[in-house]
Design a protein around this ligand. Structure first.
Ligand code: SF4
Length: 141
């Protein structure tokens, strides 16, 4: 099994503290993070992913919007610089300690955060990075 992840969620999973849009969203997100922490690989998908799933039935669902797809495109390019390859649909990635460290360093430096512009969680995620990702659920293995 793999967890389906759209590119810009490679950023969001770095800062997940247990907060989110709805209680269902948070519960589902927590399960996904536990699967990744247990060693399950993630698979890059286009569009809505396992994290989006609880939001797809919501009236204000933004998961299919063009600006969110643009976040994916920007993140893939920037994260590709860190990983040595632009993540493409169908690629599998294991979130090893090395990968997580590199992504978090780049996130804190702001070099992979073009997708975050305009996001309602921007200030929270910035504060989390400034606090060295203290309390975040995604753990290095
Ligand atoms: S600011 Fe928004 S897009 Fe960026 S990591 Fe946080 S939740 Fe994700």
């Amino acid at each position: 099994m793999t967890v389906s992840i759209r590119p810009h969620h490679l950023l969001c999973m770095l800062t997940f503290l247990g907060k989110g849009y709805t209680p269902q969203f948070v519960v589902n997100y927590g399960k996904i993070i536990r699967r990744l922490n247990a060693g399950e690989a993630l698979e890059i998908v286009e569009g809505a992913d396992d994290i989006c799933a609880p939001m797809l039935g919501e009236a204000d669902c933004h998961c299919h919007n063009d600006n969110i797809l643009e976040r994916d495109r920007l993140t893939a390019l920037e994260v590709g610089e860190i990983l040595g390859k632009v993540p493409e649909t169908g690629d599998q990635l294991e979130v090893t300690a090395d990968v997580l460290l590199k992504l978090r360093e780049a996130f804190a430096a702001g070099t992979i955060r073009s997708a975050c512009k305009g996001c309602e969680w921007f200030d929270l995620c910035t504060e989390i990075a400034e606090n060295k990702f203290s309390g975040c659920r995604l753990a290095s293995r």
